[in-house]
Design a protein around this ligand. Structure first.
Ligand code: DX5
Ligand code: ZN
Length: 217
């Protein structure tokens, strides 16, 4: 089993001190960017000017999570800004294979995000094309929500599906992740853990990041 990767979600950072905040999470493996349009989710977050600034201030790979009704419109602008990973919610796109292909054509990693109530069976036809699946463990839109425990079993079942099919697809878990559930998530097969509030509400961001990696073997 390879080491879990931690994606710090900037949604909960202090945007008034962006440079300092990004420096404080330099020990994470990815920066998670929650792009929200106020339609797919009842919240607005941030757009391209802020992502451009984040790109200038951090060398970490940027992982964009599109919570928008028209994800296709965001692929080129985000790729141009240097984002390396893009996930979108499957129900927002009629032509899922085509959009995954477009992400790959730009040289990026492509993921599908599933809300907690969306079954894994919806991945059956697209799974082999994906670099990762983002399993939401809260309903998207806000940071600071409570982890939905049923997602733990969903992680195990997805892990099993991936193994059975001999795929290398990574599992990313997003929402309510903290040091009380991270070990169980890693044991269930999570490869990437996203966290906003656990990291950015902790006075020591680096300690919060390492607390998610679980006990050292
Ligand atoms: C929720 C976002 C998450 C959010 C996680 O819509 O997709 O990435 O930032 O926040 P926490 O870790 O506080 O649940
Ligand atoms: Zn997210």
């Amino acid at each position: 089993m390879s080491e879990v990767r931690i994606a710090a979600s900037v949604l909960s950072c202090d945007f008034g001190h962006l440079e300092r905040e990004l420096a404080a999470v330099a020990s994470s493996d990815l920066l998670h960017l929650d792009v929200m349009d106020g339609h797919y989710v009842p919240n607005l977050s941030f757009g391209q000017p802020l992502i451009a600034r984040i790109r200038e201030l951090s060398t970490l790979p940027l992982d964009a999570h599109l919570m928008v009704t028209n994800p296709a419109a965001y692929i080129d602008p985000l790729a141009d800004l240097g984002v390396g990973w893009i996930s979108f919610h499957q129900e927002c796109e009629f032509h899922v294979h085509r959009l995954v292909q477009r992400i790959h054509d730009r040289g990026l990693k492509a993921g599908i995000a599933l809300n907690p109530a969306v079954p894994l069976s919806t991945l059956e036809c697209i799974l082999p094309e994906l670099d990762y699946v983002l399993l939401m463990s809260v309903n998207p839109g806000f940071s600071g929500q409570k982890f939905i425990p049923a997602v733990l079993d969903k992680v195990s079942r997805l892990h099993e599906m991936i193994e059975q099919r001999g795929l290398a697809t990574l599992i990313e878990v997003d929402g309510g992740v903290n040091s009380s559930n991270s070990s169980a998530l890693i044991q269930s097969g999570a490869d990437i853990l996203v966290s906003a509030s656990h990291i950015f509400q902790h006075p020591d961001r680096a300690a919060a990041i390492s607390s998610l990696r679980g006990p050292k073997p």
